[in-house]
Design a protein around this ligand. Structure first.
Ligand code: FNR
Length: 381
């Protein structure tokens, strides 16, 4: 087989290399998965304007996100359980992002801890916060992120109650893991994945286990997590978080103009237009379809970023054209990780960069920072 050429190729390879229950943990949305599909499908309805006879030399994809230099306007989205796609997954992905020159965002629900990731990186990464009921735990987590030198805090607003994902239930995915013969078979047929896992020395869910009250192992983690997502979270809590953090703040999971205005009122530096990759409110519109409305509502006050369904450089260009200062990829880097470890994340980023660069050139643009809605031939949103 030739080397993977697209994110779809990496996905096929990951499907073969990662045990089914973990591959499907990434490749799933909530309920009917309608929003998950719409995130990808809605990009196709946007058409680009082909331009010719323009100088396409000396192109630049460099930009900034919340004032940080980025090699292209793409960051790695926070994803929980990343270390289940590949041993030490968060550390490998963070290294790949650092070498490439784009931000890596570590999830609260990561397998490797803040300290693990800090130990293998030399530049600051970003940290994603789930605001749990136990505010002492939250404060401690923020302090650890500060000590590790994290340069932005991403507060996720759209997961205070968990959307149900049928695939996880069918696959018996749980914490602590309950291994059935089916699971053992899935793992036995993925020897490379198993060998990697046997070789890792990381403490699983190191952001939480050993730090949250009475959570010393995976059994206690399961029940703790189930009761700790705080359904009362409100904009007022952001004020407290801002005080504790004192640095750049991004609010993730905004899909509505009114909520975007409220987020801007908190003094946050950016919002991420997102429906959690179609994993929360099934039936919600795709992120890309809501992006222009949110840019129009708050784009003059704060940066607007977007995630959900980005699978190519074309998609990144369309998002930038519709006003996104930055984009995030979740599954594309997870597929890379599952397929080939760090090399797969390197490859996912290189594929996206090449596609973005060529597409931008064929639209007659040389600098990503000059891309706007004028490069679109058709925009249904
Ligand atoms: C996520 N996402 C997510 N978001 C977050 O704020 N904290 C988290 O821990 C997770 N965990 C997580 C796990 C997995 C497996 C996926 C696929 C996603 C959502 C993520 O940050 C992002 O919003 C989406 O992944 C973007 O959509 P794409 O790029 O995956 O289509």
């Amino acid at each position: 087989m030739t080397a993977p050429l697209t994110i779809a190729d990496l996905k096929s390879l990951a499907r073969r290399r990662v045990p089914k229950m973990f591959f499907e943990y990434a490749d799933s949305g909530s309920w009917t998965e309608g929003t998950y599909r719409a995130n990808e499908d809605d990009f196709a309805a946007i058409k680009l304007r082909q331009r010719v006879m323009v100088d396409m030399t000396n192109r630049s994809l460099k930009s900034t996100m919340i004032g940080h230099d980025v090699a292209m306007p793409v960051a790695l989205a926070p994803t929980g359980f990343t270390g289940m796609q590949h041993a030490d997954g968060e550390m490998l992905a963070a290294k790949a992002a650092e070498e490439f020159g784009v931000p890596f965002t570590l999830s609260t629900m990561s397998i490797c801890s803040i300290e693990d990731v800090a130990s293998v990186t030399t530049k600051p990464f970003w940290f994603q916060l789930y605001v749990m009921r136990d505010r002492d735990f939250v404060q401690n987590l923020i302090d650890r992120a500060k000590r590790a030198g994290c340069s932005a805090l991403v507060v996720t607003a759209d997961l205070q109650i968990l959307g149900q994902r049928h695939k996880d239930i069918h696959n018996g995915l749980s914490a602590p893991p309950k291994f059935t013969p089916k699971h053992v078979w899935q793992m036995a047929t993925r020897p490379q994945w198993c060998l990697g896992m046997l070789g890792t020395k990381r403490r699983t869910f190191g952001n939480i286990v050993g730090h949250a009250k009475n959570v010393s192992d995976l059994s206690s983690l399961g029940s703790w997590t189930a009761e700790q997502f705080d359904p009362r979270l409100s904009w007022k809590d952001i004020e407290w978080i801002k005080q504790q953090w004192g640095g750049k703040l991004i609010i993730k999971g905004v899909l509505d103009e009114e909520d975007a205005r409220a987020a801007a009122d908190t003094g946050a530096d950016a919002v991420i237009v997102s429906n959690h990759g179609g994993r929360q409110l099934d039936g919600a519109p795709s992120s890309i379809s809501m992006l222009p409305k949110i840019v129009d509502a708050v784009g003059d006050r704060i940066e607007v970023h977007v995630d959900g369904g980005i699978r190519s450089g074309q998609d990144i260009l369309k998002a930038v054209a519709l006003g996104a200062r930055g984009t995030y990829i979740g599954r594309p880097f997870l597929y890379g990780l599952g397929a080939m470890g760090k090399e797969g994340v390197d490859l996912a980023l290189s594929i996206l960069r090449k596609e973005l660069d060529v597409t931008m050139a064929l639209c007659g643009k040389r600098d990503i920072q000059t891309v706007d809605r004028s490069i679109l031939a058709h925009n249904p949103y």
